[in-house]
Design a protein around this ligand. Sequence first.
Ligand code: DX5
Ligand code: ZN
Length: 224
Amino acid sequence: MTASTIIAPSILSADFSKLGNEIDAIVEAGADWIHLDVMDGHFVPNITFGPQVIKSIRGRTDMVFDCHLMIAPTDAYLAAFADAGCDIITVHAEAGPHLDRSLQAIKALGKKAGVSLNPSTPENVIEYVLDRLDLVLLMTVNPGFGGQKFIEPVVEKVRKVKALIGNRPIGIEIDGGITPETAPLVAAAGANVLVAGSAIFKDGNQNNYAQNISAIRKASNDAM
Ligand code: DX5
Ligand code: ZN
């Protein structure tokens, strides 16, 4: 394969006291997308930020804002995230009973639509919404926190999702525990977008972000 892996740093592991500056640093360091982890303290046991914060950093860059909504319910908030400047809006299949409706709502707002699956959720929940999808985000940790250990059985699910997608133009994104050691496992199975938080922001030293990003990208590309 010739396409290079898309690297999406998760700002969950950034220094929030200087968030705008951290955005500038990862853009400069060669990020492809910016991954925004929105948590509500209800669907997941943690609370992060919402559309107002996203809007406040939107002016820093025109890079793709990849918004991962870990909230329930979702539909009432989709317009706010679209207005805040998210380019891709991903909802969890487990967050509500009407996944098809949520995906239609995202499309109606003119945004790219993604679905995310927790590690324990089988891939067949996407079977009847495939034609509404731009992205499938497979969690390789239980969502809620950065810095957790990669859950390896999900690698098999990556293969199954790849087969379900066939030749549709749908990205396969992996989120959780991605490092230069785990990236090749999911890249070889068919993933083409990798989220990484702690492996990129780990020591808070902005001088290292470029090498942290390129180490993951290289490990992934070599395995594709
Ligand atoms: C977890 C989030 C992830 C997380 C990844 O709920 O969705 O994006 O920040 O962090 P690392 O790369 O540290 O596992
Ligand atoms: Zn995420």
